[in-house]
Design a protein around this ligand. Structure first.
Ligand SMILES: [Cu+2]
Length: 149
């Protein structure tokens, strides 16, 4: 097997992108097997949409007062930096309520044995040859994620 595992890149909504009314994003997200360092790409018309990562409470209520991170370039690529839960929605009023939202869950890596047994192959490595062009944003997501829990 290869020693390195590449990050998977997922375009949110596939070819339809990040829109309203025509994509079931919850279904889209639940059909994926997201792993740490995978990348989400949001493509949308920035006149009409944006992307916010929010707390679970804000996600559930569609009431955003304190987004963790806001993206608004129209072509955002967001790396999932660690295991955990990520809640995304469009912050334009009314969009979340009609379904422009989804949740990503990444399982924590399996506990490693401290007995010195080396029966298992190496787990997918976080230290990868990927070049992080948006390192500061990744740091910010990780930091705010830490604060949120
Ligand atoms: Cu929108």
């Amino acid at each position: 097997m290869a020693a390195f595992t590449k990050a998977a890149v997922y375009e949110v909504g596939d070819s339809k992108g990040w829109i309203v009314g025509n994509v079931d994003y919850s279904q889209w997200a639940s059909s994926k097997n997201f792993q740490v360092i995978d990348i989400l790409i949001f493509k949308y018309n920035k006149k009409y949409h944006n992307v916010m990562q929010v707390s679970r409470q804000e996600y559930d209520s569609c009431t955003v007062t304190d987004p963790i991170v806001t993206f608004n370039t129209g072509n955002d690529s967001i790396t999932l930096p660690a295991s955990g839960d990520y809640y995304y929605l469009c912050g334009i009023p009314g969009r979340c309520q009609i379904g422009q939202k989804f949740h990503v869950h990444i399982d924590a890596p399996p506990a490693t044995s401290s007995s010195g047994s080396v029966n298992n192959p190496p787990q997918r490595s976080v230290a990868s040859p990927i070049s992080f062009t948006r390192f500061s944003i990744i740091n910010m997501i990780g930091f705010c994620f830490f604060l949120a829990f």
